[in-house]
Design a protein around this ligand. Structure first.
Ligand code: ATP
Ligand code: MG
Length: 362
């Protein structure tokens, strides 16, 4: 989706992915196949590029730093990625900047995790520090007996972990900051998000919260973007606590799933603003151009081919915008696409988006 936005602005975009025929390679002929963890593959790709950007935070900050040392502009840069890609370091940065996060601590062995249970109470969360997404790096621990198994499932000791206090949130919120190379920043509408099994299921825009909470989310998001020196889109996930306190859950230095609604609902999509920001161009207006919108993720319902057999039935929802990513394989819970509905009222949009989801057996 970033490539499509960049192409509309006349750019040619090359993509590096570990497998050929990736969704990104279906929209550009400039395909490089290789691992982002392989410095040689990254160097070959970089040689074809004037500016480099990322669509995940998993590529090693050191690999990016080597590109910068060789004179390649990379946005977000290696210093930003180094502050974010390890979630424990990210939490430390946010706390140091005075931005509220849930209580956390490093876990270097079972004794630390037991101490977390004592300090935070049960349940608490064990999380992988790196390479986690869609909840694949999270385990909720309900009692001391579950600690060893959860650590093993998360890949400990090969994978490093940390622990977080369980937040009994009222709801989850998110926003996006688009921040240019010159530090100018704009903030997108605050949205309400629903995660099921740690995966985003739907997003409502605007969030059903009062003006004071919106202002606090905007303040935290802009301050977070400043403190990590983000360039491009920074996704900011937050918890709205039972007492209306707002905590940052995590940052994502790239276009974010909770911002997909912006394609149809905002004056400038997150993908266009990401492109504008990394190119050093003026940012577009992020405001809503409709009263309300809902986005529902289309998650795999089976293990098998990724094609939607029931697409014609879903398309009978004539106002819904269905996006299918062209992933070859479906797996239960895998993100295969999303649907956005815009309208007068967010809950009605959500009902229609859910009906589209129900009509598809991806
Ligand atoms: P994603 O890629 O979907 O953002 P992730 O793997 O990065 O997911 P997190 O954002 O850390 O994982 O967590 C996913 C979801 O799990 C959160 O949106 C929230 O619903 C739940 N969760 C995470 N941390 C906590 C917490 N400390 N207390 C309560 N719930 C939590
Ligand atoms: Mg998350």
């Amino acid at each position: 989706m970033t490539i499509q936005a960049a192409q509309r602005l006349g750019l040619r975009v090359a993509v590096l992915d570990a497998t050929s025929g990736s969704p990104a390679a279906q929209v550009t002929p400039l395909e490089f196949v290789g691992s982002w963890q392989d410095p040689e593959a990254v160097r070959r790709f970089a040689a074809a590029c004037d500016v480099i950007t990322l669509e995940n935070e998993f590529i090693d900050a050191e690999v990016l730093a080597a590109l910068e040392d060789a004179g390649k502009p990379v946005f977000p840069d290696s210093a930003t990625i180094a502050k974010i890609q390890d979630k424990l370091i990210q939490k430390q940065h946010l706390s140091k900047a005075g931005l509220t996060v849930a209580p956390y601590r490093a876990v270097t062995g079972e004794a630390d995790a037991l101490a977390c249970g004592q300090e935070f109470g049960y349940p608490f969360l064990l999380k992988a520090r790196r390479n986690a997404y869609d909840g694949y790096g999270n385990r909720t621990v309900r009692n001391a007996q579950e600690i060893a198994g959860a650590m093993r499932e998360l890949g400990f000791p090969q994978r490093t972990l940390y622990a977080e206090k369980f937040v009994a949130f009222r709801s989850e919120l998110a926003t996006l900051v688009a921040r240019g190379r010159n530090g100018n920043a704009v903030v997108y509408p605050v949205v309400e998000t629903r995660q099921e099994h740690h995966i985003c299921k739907w997003v409502l825009a605007p969030a059903r919260v009062d003006r004071g909470i919106v202002a606090e989310v905007e303040r935290l998001a802009l301050a977070a973007a400043e403190t990590v020196n983000a360039v491009g889109i920074l996704g900011v996930e937050l918890f709205l606590g039972p007492d209306d306190a707002v905590l940052i859950n995590e940052l994502a230095p790239r276009p974010h799933n909770t911002g997909h609604y912006s394609i149809e609902a905002c004056a400038t999509s997150q993908f266009e603003n990401h492109t504008r920001a990394v190119m050093g161009w003026p940012l577009g207006d992020p405001s809503l151009i409709v009263p309300a919108a809902a986005m529902v993720n289309l998650l795999g319902k089976r293990n098998g081919p990724g094609r939607g057999e029931d697409l014609p039935a879903a398309l009978k929802h004539a106002r819904a915008k269905i996006h299918l990513y062209g992933k070859a394989e479906s797996r239960i819970g895998r993100k295969l696409g999303h649907v956005t509905v815009v309208g007068e009222e967010a809950e009605a949009c959500l009902r229609e988006g859910m009906a589209v989801d129900a009509a598809l057996t991806l």
